[in-house]
Design a protein around this ligand. Structure first.
Ligand code: GLA
Length: 394
């Protein structure tokens, strides 16, 4: 790394620390303790699209208990688009699909709660959802009240068919409707970064998408990583950049690539919302999604979004997230097509020269004490993720 780049990395480090805990408005009013760490859960969209049903949701909730995901921290079970079929013309209430949700949403929420989990629903701030179902425009209050009656804990609000509307205004109105409904509901803003939400969404929502939709491909993962990471400084407890849901286990990437995807989402303090069929996933997928050492990085209570601190060679990168106990999570990230050695220098992660201890979070192994730097061979399209504990340089 050139000394100029090193100076820039150290300066970025200092700035990020200075801004690490921005005072932010309470999204749902005084006393809001929601999303103090990035929300974790499951959402139907990436794998199931419009093929949603109460049977699927019950099965997912059961699986999250049985396969250890709940105990690893996954909490919200969220139905994305296509659960709604109309709006009652007399009452104005949204109507769930009676074929796919014959027991009704309250019964389904109760079931999810009985499994020790929380329940989420999708809607759209515009006139129709992206799949053409009824949106919430002009119905924010009644929808918020209805969700509260149904014991909903999380709502994702999309931005299709909202052309003439102003995102900040509409999402603020939606937040106020949720506030008035009086139930603590995590508010997930999904306008794909099209209206610069990093400038206004903190204090309006608990999380906000920063980009367009993820696809189950390596290049999509990279594009979103690079875009979302530029907004790191705005993230913190109660308000998170959302680089979109996980594709881990959906089949379009290798296990190595999925480990990289999961690791970098954790470095970015991203919401960890599984998007695969967790009822039937392979053990190798479950091991990625339930890696507690990587999850602990994502969920660290300092709540700082990590960032790129060094690029010793093109496409060989060092990412770092400072943690509450003073240690640093580091991802050595190889974006190239061949294995390569990547080193992290203590100076670029804010540690004093001298010894620091290193633990590998995928190997689940202590690597020992190292002086000044740690180097590892990183597989193609892979990561080595470590936790480095040493003396801070200031
Ligand atoms: C948009 C959102 C996706 C998903 C779909 C549903 O594309 O960005 O995450 O909710 O709509 O139609």
């Amino acid at each position: 790394m050139t000394s100029g780049l090193r100076r820039a990395a150290v300066a970025a480090f200092a700035v990020a620390f200075a801004l690490a805990s921005p005072a932010r408005a309470q999204v749902l009013g005084p006393g809001d303790r929601l999303a103090r760490t990035p929300p974790m859960g499951f959402n139907t969209w990436n794998k199931f699209g419009c093929n949603v049903s109460e049977e699927l949701i019950r099965g997912v909730a059961d699986a999250m208990v049985a396969n250890g995901m709940r105990d690893a921290g996954y909490e919200y079970v969220v139905i994305d688009d296509c659960w709604q079929v109309g709006r009652d013309s007399a009452t104005g209430r949204i109507v769930p699909d009676p074929q796919r949700f014959p027991s009704g949403m309250r019964a389904l929420a109760d079931y999810v709660h009985s499994r020790g989990l929380k329940f989420g629903l999708y809607t759209d701030a515009g006139r129709r959802t992206c799949e053409g179902r009824p949106g919430s425009y002009r119905s924010y209050e009644i929808d918020a009240r209805t969700y509260a009656e149904w014991a909903v804990d999380y709502t994702k609000v999309d931005w299709c068919n909202a052309d003439s509307l102003v995102a900040r205004t509409q999402y603020t109105q939606f937040r106020d409707a949720l506030r008035a409904a009086g139930r603590p509901i995590v508010f997930s803003i999904c306008e794909w970064g099209s209206n610069r939400p990093w400038e206004w969404a903190s204090g309006v929502g608990h999380l906000w998408r920063t980009t367009g939709d993820i696809a189950d491909r390596w290049n999509s993962f990279l594009r979103i990583l690079d875009a979302s990471s530029t907004h790191a400084r705005i993230a913190g407890p109660g308000g998170w950049n959302d680089p979109d849901m996980l594709e881990v286990g959906n089949g379009g990437m290798t296990a190595e690539e999925y480990r990289a995807h999961f690791s970098l989402w954790a470095i970015m303090a991203a919401p960890l919302i599984a998007g695969n069929d967790i009822r039937t996933m392979a053990d190798s997928t479950r091991e990625i999604l339930t890696n507690r050492e990587v999850i602990a990085v994502d969920q660290d209570s300092l709540g700082t979004q990590g960032w790129l601190v060094a690029q010793p060679q093109p496409d060989l990168q060092v990412w770092m997230k400072p943690l509450r106990d003073g240690s640093r999570a580091v991802a050595l990230f190889n974006r190239t097509e061949a294995p390569a050695e990547i080193a992290v220098e203590w100076s670029v992660i804010g540690l004093a020269p001298g010894q620091a201890t290193v633990r590998d979070l995928w190997a689940h192994a202590d690597r020992g004490r190292f002086t000044g730097r740690y180097a590892a061979t990183v597989p193609a399209h892979g990561v080595v993720m470590v936790r480095v504990a040493g003396r801070p340089s200031r």
